[in-house]
Design a protein around this ligand. Structure first.
Ligand SMILES: Nc1ncnc2c1ncn2[C@@H]1O[C@H](COP(=O)(O)OP(=O)(O)OP(=O)(O)O)[C@@H](O)[C@H]1O
Ligand SMILES: [Mg+2]
Length: 370
């Protein structure tokens, strides 16, 4: 049995649509219900933000500030066994973000990531199947960064070196002046970092495929043949040699055309690309299975059950699949789970059938009611 976190309280000031809000939680399954646009997803995002110091949805911080406000405060009390954590994140415009745990300031955002593992499942996640390859890399990185700080550091460094290389390629192209020695040095750094990242991703995908297969077949109870294939330039060749081989092309294009920044995943259903042949329900089952497999892997890495955030989970799911999903959630994922939905009766019905203890909050007028 794994340890788990339990969020006891959430306080929000000026985050997205919320001027001020405070909620206490007393169950493992917490549901937020309400009409479209009332702020259910924003509540899940506030929890995600507290766990990772970033919004799941907005890469641009300014959109997280409530319109017209200058300072966001997010506060939570989290319990893990006998330990209690009081976390505060303060974000002020034009200032450094401040994170404190039990009133002690965290030195860096990088060090904070992974302390309170979390996983979000949102409607937009179908982009993992339908969208461009960066969505799939982001999905892998999201887990590995929480799992392993060395991975996160390597990734940050890789992106820095990559952007230096691209700037140099541009300079060489524009000036016509070769700088092969400098490129050699950059290539050495890039290939060392790239190889580390590649190895971590490869191990991750191997574990992930096994979990994914188990979960998918449990939810849909059909023996569809599923597979996830990892593709990387590094599979065929040594990355340093590849960079050298493609140097002239890279100078002409002014960007680096080989490396782990172009890795991808292929999702197959009975050997066909899922994005071409999967129905919406099948795609949703696929996405939910992917996410639960990620949850499993993150649990293995962290030795603790992450907080699970399920945004609009019931949409496009038939009743059978929902019940089997909760079967799995109850068995293997019994940490704290936050769920949002538009239909109170539907949620009440599913919860009563599936879980022992739950709380439902109605979200309305920038506030919540039990
Ligand atoms: N920075 C912001 N300042 C003020 N309001 C914001 C900000 N960002 C988002 N909102 C508001 O938050 C609301 C959307 O909230 P959210 O996406 O959480 O809704 P929801 O309840 O999940 O809806 P749905 O059921 O459609 O998914 C919108 O009304 C939007 O205008
Ligand atoms: Mg929503």
């Amino acid at each position: 049995m794994n340890d788990s976190f339990f969020i006891e309280q959430l306080k929000i000031l000026n985050f997205k649509n919320y001027p001020e809000l405070s909620i206490d939680f007393n169950a493992n399954f917490i549901c937020f219900v309400g009409e479209n646009g009332v702020g259910k997803t924003n509540l899940l995002d506030a929890i995600y933000y507290l766990c990772t110091s970033k919004s799941y949805f907005n890469a641009t911080e300014q959109y997280n500030f409530r319109e017209g406000s200058e300072k966001i405060s997010l506060i939570t009390n989290i319990r893990k066994n006998e330990s209690k954590y009081h976390i505060e994140i303060n974000v002020e415009k034009r200032k450094r973000k401040e994170i404190t745990i039990n009133r002690v300031k965290e030195d860096s955002q990088i060090q904070y990531v992974g302390k309170f593992p979390v996983l979000m499942l949102a409607p937009d996640d179908n982009q993992i199947i339908l969208g461009s390859s960066d969505k799939r890399r982001k999905m892998i990185d999201n887990i590995l960064c929480q799992a392993d700080i060395a991975y996160l550091e390597n990734l940050v460094e890789y992106n820095k070196v990559l952007s230096n290389r691209n700037a140099l390629l541009k300079q060489i192209f524009e000036s016509g002046r070769r700088q092969d020695d400098l490129l050699d040095t950059i290539d050495t750094m890039l290939s060392a970092l790239g190889t580390e990242i590649y190895r971590a991703r490869q191990t991750f995908i191997d574990n992930f495929s096994i979990e994914f297969d188990k979960i998918y077949n449990h939810i849909c109870d059909e023996k569809e043949k599923m597979s996830v294939v990892y593709t990387s330039h590094l599979q065929d060749d040594d990355v340093k040699r590849l960079l050298l081989q493609n140097r002239e092309k890279d100078i002409l294009l002014q960007r680096t055309t080989k490396g782990i920044h172009l890795d991808d995943l292929e999702f197959l259903l009975n050997d066909f690309p899922l994005k071409k042949i999967g129905s919406q329900g099948q795609q949703k089952t696929y996405i939910v299975s992917i996410k639960l497999a990620l949850f499993s892997i993150l649990t293995q890495y962290k030795k603790i059950l992450p907080i699970l955030l399920l945004d609009d989970i019931f949409d496009k799911f038939d009743g059978q699949r929902i019940l089997r999903l909760f079967d799995i959630l109850n068995q293997d994922f019994c940490g704290q789970v936050f769920i949002s939905d538009t239909h109170r009766e539907r949620v009440e019905d599913i919860m009563t059938k599936s879980v022992e203890k739950f709380e439902i909050f109605t979200v309305k007028n920038n506030g919540v009611q039990k």
